[in-house]
Design a protein around this ligand. Structure first.
Ligand code: SF4
Length: 295
């Protein structure tokens, strides 16, 4: 039932204004009278616009009351309340729901979610043979839950569409895909057909999951093309060079191209030299001969 008109409270606009100005601590912040609302028997709320910056659409709301048969209005409370179209902050979101992937920093801990759809019953035996079948695939990991089909699918979609998938700029510019790279470490399970981990410290993806059709310039089997140079080819004129022959050891043959070389090549001429082959053979077994010890 709508409250009846109250002549005492309805007309007490100036009392309400003074109350609002007292709370606002500045009369300039209380604007025009916007109207009143009868909230109950002998209970009326007067509303005044606010001129405070940043409070568009808000209003000072002063609630007045009086005792039965009394003719003196009294102030119950003064509030600054939002009206229609008021500028409001975004709705409050709990911390756990506010966090986004990538927000987690060192020392942060996420709240436990018992009903996380990305996880399935894993290593713990349930007594149900069908449910325990999944644990058989994860034996040895010691985890109570493992990735579910939904969690695996979400991860695969995210990785593939992200900066380590086939459409990343490094992949588009690469000469060969990760699937043929020796630095790719394969994952376990069904994800191994689509993803691996890059283990090349020269790659920007080192230590990250990459799709098979990703790629980068540090691929183990590709090579850098020779960089062009502004230097001209070296100019050599063989007609003006003295060509010097070298024996296999890289040392000039004795006497070659020197005057009198023929004389030194006379038989026996080099026998006195300690480096002549004939000299080295003296005192050694001829091929086919055995030394006294061997005989
Ligand atoms: S080095 Fe490059 S091509 Fe090789 S696995 Fe890593 S990201 Fe892929």
């Amino acid at each position: 039932m709508a409250a009846t008109k109250d002549a005492v409270l309805d007309s007490a606009v100036e009392l309400a204004r003074r109350a609002a100005e007292e709370v606002a601590q500045d009369p300039a912040l209380v604007g025009e009278h916007l109207g009143l609302e009868r909230e109950g028997e002998r209970l009326v709320a007067h509303r005044f616009a606010t001129t405070a910056p940043g409070y568009v659409g808000w209003a000072w709301t002063v609630t007045l009351a009086r005792v039965p048969r009394g003719r003196t209005p009294t102030v119950c409370e003064v509030d600054l309340l939002p009206g229609d179209g008021a500028l409001l902050p975004p709705p409050w979101v709990p911390w756990a729901e506010r966090l986004r992937p990538g927000d987690l920093g060192p020392g942060d801990v996420l709240p436990f979610q018992a009903d996380d759809e990305r996880l399935d019953q894993g290593y713990e035996a349930t007594g149900d043979l069908d449910a325990d079948q999944l644990a058989l695939f994860e034996l040895g990991l010691g985890r109570s839950r493992v990735l579910s089909a939904a969690g695996r699918s979400q991860a695969a979609d995210r990785w593939y569409a992200g900066s380590h998938g086939p459409m990343a700029p490094t992949a588009l510019a690469a000469d060969a895909p990760c699937s043929t790279c020796g630095f790719l470490v394969l994952l376990a399970g069904s994800l191994r057909t689509e993803f691996g981990v890059c283990a090349n410290e020269w790659s920007p993806e080192d230590g990250r999951v990459v799709s098979m059709d990703h790629g980068c310039g540090a691929h183990s089997e590709t090579d850098a093309s020779a960089a062009p140079t502004d230097w001209p080819d070296p100019v050599t004129d063989a007609d003006e060079l003295d060509l010097v022959g070298l024996d296999e050891s890289g040392v000039d043959e004795p006497g070659q191209d020197e005057p009198g070389a023929d004389e030194q090549d006379e038989p026996g001429a080099g026998e006195a030299g300690p480096q002549e082959p004939a000299d080295r053979s003296e005192g050694h077994d001829e091929p086919g001969e055995l030394s006294g010890d061997q005989e």
